[in-house]
Every structure is written in structure tokens, then in C-alpha cells.
Design a protein. Structure first.
Length: 336
């Protein structure tokens, strides 16, 4: 077994997950700290580097940390590893040259990618996709995220936005507003937020009604429970979301011909009320040759994104010969 170890991190709006793994991806240590998002990007970087340094110090004698992988909220330019676009979940994060700063401060090679991409890579390297080279990955929670891996490589696209499945058009979402400002995207019908909104509006407790607003309605998980117990409105809303997601999966399977599809996120734990219409719609929308494709849930558990980032570090960290100029803090920290 290789003596090399790898660090992995997942930076979200509320928490930073970090891991120390061996070359086989086994987690040797795990730390989770709150993300000081409202204190700005410098504070987030300080918390990240401090936690990774703490894990690095736990490396057993004779074992060397060879690189670090970081998954982060936002669109990441590749291979530079800077944040092209981020939401106000991490204020000021847009423009942060994350890879270079962490690499300089840890004196390690570092690779940075979007959080959903590292989740997908973790499934390919360590989870449901182990042994395969081609994977379609979706995560369905507050929003719909996605990633595509072909021949073992993440499809990032020209601007780092490859795999944004939630923003593909969906006929079932016609006229519905999307979080990106457009209308008619998959996220508008299949996300947890969309399920809550559809249920609230159907029960006359949603936006635009006289009796309440979205934040007063049941949570998505509660709507799923209602659907499972036979509530007709909840069942219809969840079925509509799952069917729309399945149609999108079927189209993507026909285009990409992956080895399997992995669906993660909160909705993936919803049981047959979600999975049956999803799988049925996916197979009905897929080329006949590909209808036998496996559509499965995630196999990774705790710190999945951080573990995926560490696995990515093992295979994609660039040589530590950075020839770009050192970036001064004042040149980026005020970017919003």
C-alpha cells in the first residue's frame, strides 16, 4: 500500500467538512467546523486551512500527505481552481483564487472543484460507481444538482459549469420560475423547494394566496410522509417531481450512455413514492437499448463530498510547480 495520504474538504454555507484519507480512500480522521461565511472569504480560508493543518498533523509516522482536494459551493474555473460564481451563501466568495491560496499556505498540490462534482467523483471512486468509468450523478435536495463523469474524467465544460442538470429545460416546469432567474428549468419542478411550493399552492397556503406564505407550509420531508400515507395532493406533487426528474434522466442517459445513474440528496431517502415514478419515467424516456441501466442511491455516507475531494486529489492534483504570481490578499478579498 502507498504511504501517501490525502486531505479532502467540502466548503458549504454552514459547515466545512474535512477528512484525512489513505490511498484507498479510507477515512482516517474527520473534522467538521462551522463556516464563518458572514465574516467573509478570509475568515473562511483561515478556518479551512486551520482544520486541514490539524488533520495533516494526525498523519501516522512514515506517512506523507501528498495533496489536498477541495469541493466548494459555487462554479469553479478549472484548472485554476478559482471561484467563478458563488451565491450569497458565501458572501464575497466569487473571485477567490482558492486553489492557489490553499496550495501556498499548506505547501501542497491542491485541486478544487464544485461540491457536486466531488460528490460524484466520490461515488465513482469509492461508492456505487466503483469499477465503472462513466457515471451520471444527480443530487436532489433544496435544489437539483448534477455531474457527469466520462471515461473517469469530470465533464466541467468551458466555464466550469458542466453538469448543471437542474438548469436543463423541463416541459413539466413550463412557466415555473427557477432559482437562476429563468423559467421552466428542472429545478423548478423537481427540487425540494419546488415540492414545498407546489404543495403550498395546491393547499392554498402558498405565495399569492390569502392564507399564508411558503415558510409556513410543511417541510419537504413532511410532504413526503404525507404522500406515503396517501394524502392525494402530497402524492401528486411528489409524483410530478419524480416523473419530471426521471424524464430528464432518461434523456441524459440516451445522450451519454453512462454505466449507471446515482441519485443522492434528501429526496433519495423518500422510498418508493419517489423512486417508482422516477425509474418508470426514466426508462420510458430512454432509448430501448439503454432501458436496463441501473438507477441507484448514493452508497457514501458521512463526509461524502470531502472523501470525494480527497479521492480527486489522489488522481488530479497538478504538479506542485505553480509558476503564476503570488496573489496578494488585497487583490481578491473585496470581490463580491
Amino acid at each position: 500500500m502507498s504511504a501517501s495520504l490525502y486531505l479532502g474538504a467540502d466548503i458549504g454555507g454552514t459547515k466545512i467538512d474535512t477528512v484525512l484519507t489513505d490511498g484507498a480512500g479510507e477515512m482516517l480522521a474527520h473534522r467538521r467546523v462551522p463556516t464563518p461565511a458572514q465574516d467573509g472569504p478570509v475568515a473562511v480560508l483561515d478556518a479551512l486551512v486551520a482544520t486541514l493543518s490539524e488533520l495533516r498533523a494526525l498523519a501516522p509516522a512514515g506517512r506523507t500527505v501528498a495533496g489536498a482536494g477541495i469541493g466548494t459551493h459555487g462554479v469553479v474555473s478549472h484548472p485554476e481552481g478559482s471561484i467563478a460564481v458563488a451565491s450569497q451563501a458565501l458572501p464575497g466568495w466569487t473571485g477567490t483564487p482558492l486553489r492557489q491560496i490553499v496550495s501556498e499556505r499548506l505547501d501542497l498540490p491542491v485541486v478544487v472543484d464544485n461540491d457536486v462534482n466531488v460528490l460524484a467523483y466520490g461515488e465513482l471512486a469509492l461508492g456505487a460507481g466503483r469499477g465503472h468509468r462513466d457515471l451520471l450523478f444527480l443530487t436532489v435536495g433544496t435544489g437539483v444538482g448534477g455531474a457527469v463523469i466520462t471515461d473517469g474524467n469530470i465533464v466541467r465544460g468551458q466555464h466550469g459549469s458542466g453538469g448543471e442538470i437542474g438548469h436543463a429545460p423541463s416541459s413539466a416546469a413550463a412557466g415555473l420560475p427557477c432559482s437562476c432567474g429563468a423559467v421552466g428549468h428542472l429545478d423548478s419542478i423537481a427540487s425540494g423547494t419546488a415540492i414545498r411550493r407546489a404543495y403550498a399552492e395546491a393547499t392554498h397556503t402558498g405565495p399569492g394566496t390569502s392564507t399564508g406564505t411558503l415558510d409556513r407550509g410543511p417541510e419537504t420531508s413532511e410532504i413526503v410522509v404525507l404522500a406515503t400515507k396517501g394524502d392525494p395532493i402530497a402524492r401528486q406533487v411528489v409524483t410530478n417531481a419524480a416523473h419530471a426528474l426521471g424524464e430528464a434522466i432518461g434523456g441524459l442517459v440516451s445522450v451519454l450512455d453512462p454505466a449507471l445513474v446515482v441519485v443522492a440528496g434528501g429526496m433519495a431517502s423518500s422510498g418508493s413514492i419517489f423512486w417508482d415514478p422516477l425509474r418508470n419515467a426514466a426508462r420510458a424516456s430512454t432509448l430501448p437499448l439503454l432501458r436496463g441501466i441501473d438507477i441507484v442511491g448514493s452508497h457514501l455516507g458521512a463526509a461524502a463530498a470531502a472523501r470525494g475531494a480527497a479521492a480527486l486529489a489522489k488522481n488530479e492534483t497538478p504538479p506542485f510547480t505553480d509558476t503564476t504570481e503570488t496573489i496578494q490578499e488585497s487583490s481578491w478579498k473585496s470581490v463580491s
